[in-house]
Design a protein around this ligand. Structure first.
Ligand SMILES: Cc1cc2nc3c(=O)[nH]c(=O)nc-3n(C[C@H](O)[C@H](O)[C@H](O)COP(=O)(O)OP(=O)(O)OC[C@H]3O[C@@H](n4cnc5c(N)ncnc54)[C@H](O)[C@@H]3O)c2cc1C
Length: 700
């Protein structure tokens, strides 16, 4: 037998900045077995700001700037927690997140960058937008580009970033035939960090672009349509962009580790000078032995050293020192596809230099667009014939995609009617009872537990019952006892909160060690009305669906590192949506109701139709879909259960990628209810079709 490697260490990357993105990529190629890797980042993607001026100018789409951390984490075997660190306790070795969740670590590494916010400047938070973080800035810039008429832009800070942004803004607005006025305001001299030869060229370019430059001026306040300067001048501005701030995250200063101006002091190995278990890199670190300016190039250069040193700690090997270069090639864009290159005081400008910058940037981003392939685990020698064939193809799905198909269940359950839950009658009390469990679809036990709890509650809600109690069944992979205990605790706390929110309580459970995380719940509910079953749908009833379809295909694609991070995040959020409210509103009116899970929409509708002796028409175009689901379906990606689902519940006239999603197994899917058509518009959910008197399923 192959030994399963137990998890004995927790390595936590806080922030998916440039350094950590590169470290995770390296980890994908050479991991250290026995280590659980976690990456915490507030979004599913991390932007590459070197291409931000190009995005402002219109040379790159928003997506071209994004490092997809969901895909990266998947190939690296890391769990991604989409949240923000707000505190770190080096003594307890714990990181607290914005949601209140606590993550423990053996080794933590911080790469959380800085923001360009200027919290001390009155009105900045209300009326200005920092160029970093990118997400909000990109949205506001997109809206500004969609507007009409003249636009006045003020840029706070005349460093390289400010000047690049200024020229890019002029280029874009001019291209959109908009009249544009751009003013750079600097409290000193603009481009003071740039060598004279490059500065002369850039100043010339600013003049060519018609950018006004105000030097030695201190902004006093930002208003909705102006920047007020301390000397009383008023600079009209419809859009004020901050590029000057290099504000550290305020909580970092409270960690209790030495900081310089809010930046973590690190030694030559990139470790906190006071704590060998905490590393820091990129803009949030202050390299004590050789301080460097805040620039992406240093964050990138730190990556191989950080990778090596963390591996060295885990393997008991020798660390390497980080000796950042003194000077580096600066390629500065000038609005159009023209750039200045400067190194060692020598400067050149022209289109070929922009193409060079573009090549460097694209090469960097290509590292994340074309990630290392995930290889299947090696088979033991002398496997029986047929083992390799059985293991060929994509990895089996997690979530509901891992359910046994209708074909397999037919043989076992025979003629047992498959309502969502069993109804137990004891005197006047009617109780519903159901069980569900999920093979982990993600590496975060908390996410899996929350979704598994919502998923299990779906059966109770679908019957029109009120959740009452739950028993948990948890299978945890092998790990050191303290890590296993912590994981079980995380699972139970997360599930407990979901059940409490639904008005139910976990009253017991069972845990075992097994090859992979599986979380399930046996759930009971109480009925104060007749149960809503699959039987009862009537011809003419409207069919309402309360959540979009597509979790199966998105989770399958995610496991193959083929789904877009943003789509995966939206899918996770959809699964986490409770159906309690929808069920409460639908229950008094529904003739039949079910939750859409493993058999897909068509399979569960087929069950309603069979039990009710009716048929149904589906309006394919009305069926709500999760973002990205149709594109993934069109690319040929399907959940493991798809073919069996399609065979079990064929839909006449349904063809193509959208139709395929009718058979997509849903995890924690929405409710499907047959309700009187006259009241359907007042009920939750999207009307996706109609119950008919003709047996079978068809599209309209
Ligand atoms: C317009 C502009 C152009 C630039 N051009 C260049 C250039 O051409 N060359 C160059 O060398 N530098 C350039 N820079 C500077 C460069 O962007 C930064 O130096 C670089 O991004 C620093 O990388 P980093 O890894 O430290 O952090 P970042 O790239 O800022 O990444 C930090 C990550 O941490 C996440 N995060 C933030 N807070 C938390 C938290 N509390 N918990 C968890 N995660 C968190 C963020 O969401 C982000 O994903 C430019 C900057 C700007 C504004």
């Amino acid at each position: 037998m192959q030994p399963t490697v137990p998890i004995v260490k927790d390595l936590v990357f806080v922030g998916g900045g440039h350094t950590h993105a590169l470290v995770l990529r390296k980890w994908a190629m050479a991991s250290v077995p026995g280590v659980r890797v976690t990456c915490i980042n507030p979004g599913a993607t991390a932007p590459y700001s070197g291409m931000l001026p190009g995005h402002i100018a219109g040379h790159y789409t928003r997506e071209e700037l994004d490092i997809d951390l969901v895909r990266l984490a998947r190939v690296a075997g890391a769990r991604l927690i989409v949240d923000r660190a707000v505190a770190l306790d080096p003594k307890a070795k714990q990181i607290r997140l914005g949601t209140g969740r606590v993550i423990r670590y053996d080794i933590a590494s911080l790469d959380i960058g800085i923001t360009a916010e200027m919290p001390a400047l009155p009105g900045f938070a209300e009326h200005a937008i920092p160029a970093k973080p990118l997400g909000r800035f990109a949205d506001i810039w997109a809206r500004a580009c969609e507007g009409e008429g003249p636009i006045r832009i003020a840029i706070l800070g005349g460093g390289v970033a400010g000047c690049e942004v200024a020229m890019a803004a002029v280029h874009r607005m001019t291209g959109l035939n908009r009249e544009v006025t751009v003013t750079i305001i600097d409290r000193g001299r603009v481009l003071s960090s740039v060598a004279p030869a490059a500065r002369t060229r850039l100043m010339g370019a600013l003049i060519e672009h018609g950018v006004d430059v105000i030097e030695n001026a201190q902004p006093a306040a930002i208003e909705a349509e102006a920047v007020m300067l301390e000397d009383g001048r008023r600079i009209a501005s419809d859009l004020t962009i901050g590029t000057a701030g290099a504000t550290p995250q305020p909580w970092v200063a409270d960690i209790g580790l030495p900081c310089r101006d809010g930046f973590i002091e690190v030694d030559q190995y990139l470790r906190s000078v006071a704590d060998p278990n905490v590393y820091a890199a990129g803009d949030c670190a202050h390299i004590v032995h050789d301080p460097r300016p805040k620039a992406g190039v240093y964050a990138v250069r730190a990556a191989p050293i950080l990778t090596h040193n963390i591996r060295a700690d885990l393997l008991g090997q020798q660390r390497k020192a980080f000796n950042p270069q003194k000077d580096f090639l600066k390629l500065i864009s000038m609005g159009g596809q023209v750039a200045v290159a400067e190194k060692a005081g020598i400067a050149r400008a022209g289109r070929p230099l922009w193409r060079w910058k573009n090549r460097i940037d694209q090469t960097f981003m290509d590292k994340f667009r074309h990630l290392p392939q995930m290889s299947a685990p090696a088979l033991p020698k002398n496997c029986a014939k047929g083992v390799a064939a059985e293991l060929s193809g994509p990895a089996p799905c997690g979530g509901c995609g891992a359910k046994l198909g209708a074909r397999a269940l037919d043989g076992v359950l025979g003629g047992v009617p498959g309502d969502d839950a069993a109804v137990l009658t004891m005197g006047n009390t009617r109780q519903v009872l159901s069980h569900d469990h999920l093979r982990a679809f993600a590496l975060d036990p908390v996410l899996v537990a929350q979704v598994a709890a919502i998923h299990a509650l779906g059966d109770i809600w679908a019957m029109g019952a009120t959740p009452q109690a739950a028993l948990a069944q948890v299978i945890l992979p092998r790990a050191a006892a303290r890590l296993q205990g912590a994981a079980l605790n995380e699972v139970m706390e997360a599930a407990r909160a979901v059940f409490a929110d639904a008005g139910a309580e976990i009253v017991g459970g069972h845990s075992t060690e097994g090859p992979e995380l599986t979380v399930g719940f046996t759930v009971t509910g109480l009925l104060d009305r007749a149960p809503i079953t699959l039987a009862g749908a009537r011809p003419g009833d409207a069919l309402l669906l309360t959540k979009p379809l597509g979790t199966g295909v998105i989770l399958a694609a995610e496991m193959q590192a083929k789904a877009r991070g943003g789509d995966v995040l939206a899918c996770w959020q959809s699964m986490l949506q409770t159906s309690a409210q929808a069920a409460e509103t639908l229950a008094p009116h529904a003739h039949a109701m079910t939750d859409v899970t493993g058999f897909g929409l068509a399979g569960h509708l087929h069950n309603i139709c069979n039990a009710s002796g009716v048929g149904a028409e589906i309006d394919l175009n009305a069926v709500p879909l999760l973002a990205g689901a149709e594109a993934l379906s069109a690319s040929g990606i399907h959940s493991s259960l798809f073919s069996q689902n399609r065979a079990a519940a064929p839909v006449a006239g349904a063809q193509g990628p959208r139709a395929d999603l009718l058979h997509d197994p849903q995890t924690a899917g929405g409710l499907l209810a047959a309700v009187p058509a006259s009241i359907a518009p007042d009920l939750p959910g999207v009307r996706i079709g109609t119950i008919t008197g003709t047996p079978g399923l068809a599209t309209i």
